[in-house]
Design a binder for this molecule. Structure first.
Ligand code: PEP
Ligand code: MN
Length: 338
């Protein structure tokens, strides 16, 4: 980092600052200009260190040179990460479809959903057993019974299963039953959960929080990577803006910039961005055009009976139509729909 000092900073203040830097194992190199002094600091400074020095009275500005996300950044890891979910690869240049109902509701519903996916050769099912609902009066999910039903889906149909994890205490059991764990938007900065997910040997889909910056999203991924799990997939799912015509605003630019800044696969969830099934196809296409490695889409065998997110769940024939429309688009951007 570079520390720009205020004009007329005294020698005592500079000495004090440089000795504090050295105490932290950093190497300050001083450059005296006509008006002011600039200190180049060699070594790794964390955000916390930068903020600490920003608080010194003699400091005018601090410029960070390296990204604070060392493990997620492309700066240090130039090869793209390909995450393997069973025999499906995400981040290898294909567009992977992950689809299914918002929630696991019953054995009959989830098996019918699996049949819907099977017909379309979709290899990963999404469905939540634990539900983060705004209202405590709404359907809260089947919990462990739901996890068992997802396992049954895999055993009976070979479809891989993905579900949300909300509570750090459920990590071991969820990791045992499903193939991918998803951190929902509301838990993106649940740091204890992120740390625990860093210790398991299962891929994690990390959704961007609805009010999280790109930097905060990558730093959340950094937690999982730092604790040892390298199989992290980032997911843009729409952010809160002033717009009320749809549920959230799909930040298409986030898909492109996350791919520029990190080596991690990036997928998009147009369903929770839109909140309305009519917008899923156009937003899916925009996400693919922006470079998404996959899509996470809500589809239900009978959306009118869905216990959560009915309005944004695609009908089976809409999912089929979307798959057919996405194929030539993927080819146009040099990819395959997998
Ligand atoms: C979900 O995918 O089921 C979900 C609750 O999404 P989000 O965390 O993005 O709101
Ligand atoms: Mn949902």
């Amino acid at each position: 980092m570079i520390i720009v000092l205020k004009p007329k900073t005294s020698k005592e203040e500079i000495d004090e600052l440089t000795s504090r830097l050295k105490e932290r194992g950093l190497k300050p190199v001083e450059f005296d200009g006509v008006e002011r002094t600039v200190i180049h600091v060699l070594g790794t400074a964390t955000d916390e260190t930068a903020n600490r020095f920003r608080s010194f009275n003699c400091v005018e500005n601090i410029v960070r040179i390296l990204k604070p996300f060392k493990l997620a950044s492309k700066e240090h890891h130039t090869q793209k990460t390909v995450v393997k979910i069973g025999n499906v690869s995400i981040g290898n240049g294909d567009v992977v479809m992950i689809a299914g109902p918002c929630s696991v509701e019953s054995e009959e519903q989830i098996m019918e959903a699996a049949e819907m996916l099977k017909k379309l050769n979709i290899r990963i099912m999404r469905a939540s057993a634990f539900k983060p609902r705004t209202s405590p009066y709404d359907f809260q999910g089947l919990g462990i019974t739901g996890l068992k039903l997802l396992k049954k889906v895999r055993e009976k149909t070979g479809i891989l299963v993905e579900t949300e994890i909300m509570d750090v205490r459920d990590v071991p059991i969820a990791a045992e039953y499903v193939d991918v764990l998803r951190v929902g938007a509301r838990n993106m900065q649940n740091f204890d959960l992120l740390k625990e997910l860093g210790k398991i040997n299962k891929p994690v889909i990390l959704k961007r929080g609805m009010s999280a910056t790109i930097n905060e999203c990558i730093m959340a991924a950094e937690y999982i990577l730092y604790h040892g799990n390298t199989d992290v997939i980032l997911c843009e799912r729409g952010i809160r803006t002033f717009e009320t015509a749809y549920r959230n605003t799909l930040d298409v630019g986030a898909i492109a910039i996350l791919k520029n800044l990190t080596h991690l696969p990036v997928i998009a969830d147009p369903s929770h961005a839109a909140g309305n099934r009519e917008l899923i196809a156009p937003l899916s296409k925009a996400a693919v055009a922006a470079g998404a490695d996959g899509l996470l889409i809500e589809a239900h065998p009978h959306p009118e009976k869905a216990l959560s997110d009915a309005a944004q769940s695609l009908y089976p024939e809409q999912l089929e139509k979307l798959m057919n429309e996405l194929k030539p688009l993927c080819e146009a951007v040099g990819k395959k729909l997998a």
